[in-house]
Structure formats: structure tokens, C-alpha cells
Design a binder for this molecule. Structure first.
Ligand code: NAG
Ligand code: NAG
Ligand code: NAG
Length: 212
């Protein structure tokens, strides 16, 4: 019996460090995926116990990641779904890079997120409806990408949203104007040649017709 307990204890001690670095693993998945010509991710060593000493990463007092500051870092390549595992992340700053591909729906799991800044990249695909789960979100800047599709109407339930910018994309359909969207001006939506609206004066246009 004692041996059995000891074996399990040893197994736990062996496995524990990798469990503890789930957030480091999630970030390292990003490092593996992107091209980093300026070596801004050079300090990202996955063998460390947590990612809190890595450059461009900030943690709270419990060594959980709260900020990722990689704006204007010359990164290219795709975002990884793993980023959705950073439960305490408040600031995801990846603006002004050359990121391509879709915005992972998993970013909707970032319950603590305050700021999602992905502007000035080359992201494609549509805005994930899952972002409507980010109830703490205050800044959502997706402008100057190549995003297509409709603006998910569910985003209007983001009650804390202060700044929304989806301008300079290729979005289509109508602009939601209810909820938190009632305070945004057309500047938030400009230069999306196929975007219509806003759905003014009680004249609600439903999500019908071609729009991809
Ligand atoms: C986006 O991609 C196009 C075509 O691949 C490229 O010419 C352009 O420089 C890229 N834009 C940005 C902001 O990286
Ligand atoms: C988040 O959003 C998606 C799509 O809107 C929804 O299906 C899901 O149930 C929501 N909740 C969680 C916890 O992901
Ligand atoms: C409109 O947005 C597209 C896509 O981001 C961009 O390439 C283009 O330069 C923008 N046009 C203007 C006038 O800003």
C-alpha cells in the first residue's frame, strides 16, 4: 500500500511541472506557428516552470498570464486556438503584424479579456460569434484586415464595450445598432464596401440574402 502511494506521489511530482505550465505551452504553440524574423520570442523557453519571465508576457501574483504585448513585432503566420486557454488574459495585443488566417473561435473562452487588438494584420474569415462571450471586453479592434461575413449580432450584448473598430475589412450584411452598438458611429464600420445599414428607425433588416 505504502509503495503504491509512493509510486503515485512520484508520478504526480514528475507530471506536475508540465501541468503547471499549461499557459506556457499555449503560448509556445504560438511561437511554433509564427515566423519571427526579429526574434522577439527568443526568450520564450518552454522548459521554464511558467512563462512569466518571458519577454512580452505579463503575469499576475499567481503567475497566471494577464497580458500578451506583441504589437508591431513583425510576426507572420497564423493565430493558434491554444491562446483560448489563457483564462486570466486581459490584454491580447497582436496589432500591426502580418498575421494571416482566421481569428480562432477559441478566443471566446478568454473570460477575463478586456482588450482584443488584432488590427492591421491580414486576417481572413469571419468574426467568431463566440467573441460575444467576452463579457469584460472593452476594446475590440479588428480594423484593417481582410475579414469577411456578417458582424455577429450577438456582439451587441457586450455591455462593457467602449471601443469597436471593424473598419477597413470586407464585411457584409447590415450593421447591428442595438445594445452596446447604439453608441458607435459609422467610423467604426467604414470602408467595408459591402456593409449596409445601420438598421435604423425600427426598420430591422434580417440576416437574409447573399453575404459571405
Ligand atoms: C497582406 O497580404 C498581402 C498579399 O499577400 C501583402 O501584399 C500585404 O503586404 C499584407 N499586408 C500586411 C499588413 O501585412
Ligand atoms: C460562447 O459562444 C458560443 C457561440 O456564440 C456558444 O455556443 C457557447 O455556448 C458560449 N459559451 C461558452 C461558455 O463558450
Ligand atoms: C479599405 O480597406 C482595405 C482592407 O483593409 C484596404 O486594403 C484599403 O486600403 C482601405 N481603403 C482605404 C481608402 O482606406
Amino acid at each position: 500500500m505504502a509503495i503504491w502511494v509512493l509510486c503515485h506521489l512520484l508520478l504526480f511530482l514528475v507530471l506536475e511541472p508540465t501541468n503547471a505550465n499549461l499557459e506556457g505551452d499555449a503560448l509556445f504553440a504560438l511561437r511554433r506557428e509564427v515566423h519571427d524574423p526579429n526574434n522577439v520570442l527568443q526568450s520564450w523557453d518552454p522548459t521554464l516552470v511558467d512563462p512569466c519571465t518571458w519577454f512580452h508576457v505579463t503575469c499576475d501574483s499567481q503567475n497566471r498570464v494577464t497580458r500578451l504585448d506583441l504589437g508591431n513585432a513583425k510576426l507572420s503566420g497564423k493565430l493558434v486556438p491554444d491562446l483560448g486557454k489563457l483564462e486570466r488574459l486581459q490584454y491580447l495585443e497582436l496589432y500591426m503584424n502580418n498575421l494571416v488566417g482566421p481569428i480562432p473561435a477559441e478566443l471566446g473562452n478568454l473570460k477575463s479579456l478586456i482588450s482584443l487588438d488584432l488590427y492591421h494584420n491580414n486576417l481572413t474569415g469571419s468574426i467568431p460569434p463566440s467573441l460575444s462571450n467576452l463579457s469584460n471586453l472593452r476594446f475590440l479592434r479588428l480594423n484593417r484586415n481582410r475579414l469577411t461575413g456578417r458582424i455577429p449580432r450577438k456582439l451587441t450584448k457586450l455591455g462593457n464595450l467602449k471601443i469597436l473598430d471593424v473598419s477597413n475589412n470586407d464585411l457584409c450584411g447590415t450593421i447591428p445598432s442595438t445594445g452596446s452598438f447604439s453608441k458607435f458611429t459609422e467610423d467604426s464600420f467604414k470602408n467595408n464596401s459591402r456593409l449596409e445599414g445601420p438598421e435604423l428607425m425600427g426598420f430591422v433588416r434580417y440576416d437574409v440574402g447573399d453575404c459571405n
